[in-house]
Structures are given as structure tokens and as C-alpha cells.
Design a protein around this ligand. Structure first.
Ligand code: RTP
Ligand code: MG
Length: 136
């Protein structure tokens, strides 16, 4: 089943020069392709829309501040079961719990600065793609 997912390489990935490394892992997966890619800074409105489900949680304000702390790389990735697949490449939210070989397991530091966002379901992907790449 071919799908589309929204991937964000978070400000820590850009600052640490890990963009090529992370995109390389995605590109090497057979049958997946990048169909949009943009370096951009995220404004408050975009972040509130994107992370609305977490509003009110204790980590929400520091998360939004972190995501606004520098540019991110936003990508659309298409391919076979890509939603589940990029989540698997990323590993669990908390880098301490993430296995070596996963992006967060290899490079993550603290739970907030975990390098990558990837849509977690078809519904989330559809919603998030509209926020970041309207009209595509
Ligand atoms: P993401 O949405 O960024 O792809 O990550 P996720 O699904 O693995 O994690 P989620 O639960 O949706 O949380 C979103 C992001 O918030 C930060 N976070 N900090 N306890 C904490 O300090 C905490 N918990 C979550 C992380 O940056 C996480 O990716
Ligand atoms: Mg999430």
C-alpha cells in the first residue's frame, strides 16, 4: 500500500549536521522516494497546529520553543507502508529506549531533542501534510 508521510528533521538534526545522514537512511529504503523537501523556520501558528494534540501537557511549551529554535527540514516521503516504516527507522520517542541502528538510538540525546518527527497514522499524515505542504 503506497502512502505519503510528513517527516521533519528537527532543529537539533540541522544544528548537528545530521540532515544528510538521516535523509540517506530514508533514501536507501527500496521503493521510497522524497517528493518534497524544504528548509524552513516554523512560526508559532504552524507549531500550534502541528502539535495541537499535546497542548496542555507539561512538555508542550518547551517542545514548541525547541521546534522554533532553528530551521527544520520538512519532507514528504512516499512509498510502500512508509508511515510505519519511517517511524521504525526513527525508533521510540525516548532516545534512551531506542535501539542502536535507529536514528534516535544512534544520535538522540534527550527525549525532546530526538531529531526527527514522522506522522504516526494515515489520519495524522493527511492532517500534517496539509499544514506543511498545502496544495500538494
Ligand atoms: P513526533 O510527534 O515528534 O514524531 O514524536 P513522537 O510521536 O515519537 O512523540 P510524541 O508523543 O508525539 O511527542 C512529540 C514530541 O514531543 C517531545 N516530547 N517531550 N516528556 C517529554 O519531555 C517529551 N515527551 C515528548 C519529543 O520531541 C516528541 O518527539
Ligand atoms: Mg507524535
Amino acid at each position: 500500500m503506497s502512502q505519503r508521510t510528513l517527516v521533519l528533521l528537527k532543529p537539533d538534526a540541522v544544528r548537528r549536521g545530521l540532515v544528510g545522514e538521516i535523509i540517506g537512511r530514508i533514501e536507501r529504503k527500496a521503493g521510497w522516494r522524497i517528493t518534497a523537501l524544504e528548509l524552513r523556520e516554523l512560526d508559532q501558528e504552524t507549531l500550534e497546529q502541528h502539535y495541537g494534540e499535546h497542548r496542555g501537557k507539561p512538555f508542550y511549551e518547551p517542545l514548541v520553543a525547541f521546534m522554533a529554535s532553528g530551521p527544520v527540514v520538512a519532507l514528504v516521503v512516499e512509498g510502500e507502508r512508509v508511515i510505519e516504516g519511517v517511524r521504525a527507522l526513527a525508533g521510540p520517542t525516548d532516545p534512551i529506549a531506542a535501539a542502536p541502528g535507529s536514528i534516535r538510538g544512534d544520535y538522540g540525546t534527550i527525549v525532546r531533542e530526538n531529531l526527527i518527527h514522522a506522522s504516526d497514522s494515515e489520519e495524522s499524515a493527511e492532517r500534517e501534510l496539509k499544514i506543511f505542504f498545502p496544495g500538494r
